[in-house]
Write a protein that binds this ligand. Structure first.
Ligand code: IN0
Length: 375
């Protein structure tokens, strides 16, 4: 019953999820012709689908040569990340292992089996880490797009924008995974921020510190939002549809995740993830710059509505949101958060109620259909 209630409030997500599961995603992400692949490439795509189902579909939809290059780059980076995140490997072993990693790629039998006790890993230099872990991915990918002439040379040359694309995703993951990383012995939140809220980063997980913990996270989210203008400029320069989808989807997932985390105590108690139906809807929608701007607008609006007046970063958060919304609207439109005309408000409520009734009826009909078909 709870599950039915969950869907009734979100009929479009239910509709998109069913459509996607029934193969509708092929319109945005055409599937790969498996028979045309060599055996080695088949293995690569099998591993890719095992690491990330939805993102694998986006990679498989890339054009020609770019598809295999990105597939292999993604697998290599995920493998590196697995070593980096493994807290059973000491730093003395891990650092040389990461340096030599490129040579293991040519040794099919290479394995690491010596898992020992848990070690702790604290990230001390966030900008350098970001440059190597994320920035180089964005810069490398952007050069690939340009060299293959799928995008203009400026995409490969403008390293600052390419860097922001990756840093926005990475900062979002680091914010969302606070608890998981704490439990695993990893510390990624920047000291210069958390030290103004607590003595130790682990203190933020203590129930008695929940209010300052949320304030600290709200500051980090406000900081991450500052990358959005660069992200929008980068995406607005893209010309190839499959490259656009590949680049835009992780960005809209990131803003949806930040909106779910903002001012949410649950980040310090469990897992906060976007719903499957929400993710599928974002994948279906984020296919052009205007749609991405409208998604960004809606999620920053959701954050704006949640800003507590007593939050220490509230003014900064409001300012960056207004400037993002200005970028997302057609030029000449003014963003206002204060004046709602009562007549517009009534019309909106009436329209929302009517749409809700219509969509609920449609989702019920759909669900009956699915049950009748035994899926
Ligand atoms: C990525 C990025 C990514 C995609 C497109 C353009 C980019 C431009 C600059 C930098 C990174 C870019 O996207 C993925 C998204 C991803 O992996 N999503 C997973 C999430 C998950 O939980 O596993 C999903 O299932 O949807 C990304 O996060 N990274 C990444 C890695 C390699 C490549 Cl080639 C592209 C990781 C990171 C750390 C942000 C670089």
């Amino acid at each position: 019953m709870e599950r039915v209630g969950k869907w009734l409030g979100r009929p479009r997500e239910l509709y998109n999820l069913l459509w996607f599961k029934m193969g509708g995603g092929a319109a945005v992400m055409p599937p790969l012709d498996q028979d045309a692949l060599s055996d080695r490439l088949k293995i690569c795509y099998r591993y890719l689908n095992q690491t990330s189902r939805s993102f694998a579909a986006v990679i498989q939809a890339l054009d020609g040569e770019l598809r295999h290059a990105v597939c292999i780059l993604y697998l290599v980076l995920r493998a590196l990340d697995t070593v980096e995140d493994d807290m059973t490997i000491s730093l003395e072993t891990k650092v040389p292992m990461l340096h030599d990693f490129h040579s293991y790629l040519y040794q099919p039998d290479w394995r690491y089996m010596e898992s020992k006790e848990k070690y702790k890993q604290v990230l001390e230099d966030f900008p350098t880490y970001c440059h190597y872990v994320v920035g180089l991915v964005g810069i490398g990918l952007s050069r690939l797009f340009s060299v293959l002439e799928l995008e203009d040379p400026i995409i490969g040359r403008d390293t600052e924008l390419a860097n922001s694309m990756g840093v926005f995703i990475e900062k979002t993951i680091i914010i969302r995974d606070y608890l998981e990383d704490q439990l695993a012995g990893r510390e990624f939140w920047p000291r210069e921020v958390w030290s103004r809220y607590a003595k130790k980063l682990s203190d933020l997980a203590k129930p008695e510190n929940i209010d300052v913990a949320v304030q600290c996270m709200n500051e980090l989210i406000t900081n991450a939002l500052h990358h959005i203008p660069h992200v929008l400029t980068y995406l607005s320069r893209l010309k190839t549809q499959s490259v656009f989808n590949f680049c835009a989807i992780p960005q809209v997932m990131a803003i949806a995740t930040l909106a779910a985390c903002y001012n949410n105590k649950q980040v310090f108690r469990g897992v906060v993830k976007i719903r499957k139906g929400q993710a599928v809807t974002l994948m279906m929608d984020a296919t052009n710059i205007q749609a991405v701007k409208s998604i960004m607008y809606q999620y920053v609006e959701e954050i704006y509505r949640k800003i507590p007046s007593a939050d220490p970063s509230s003014n900064k958060t409001q300012r960056i949101i207004v400037s993002i919304q200005t970028l997302c609207l057609p030029s000449g439109t003014v963003v206002s958060h204060n004046h709602y005309s009562p007549i517009y408000l009534s019309c909106t409520v009436l329209l929302a109620a009517l749409s809700w009734q219509y969509l609920s009826a449609m989702s019920e009909a759909l669900e009956e259909d699915v049950q009748a078909n035994g899926n």
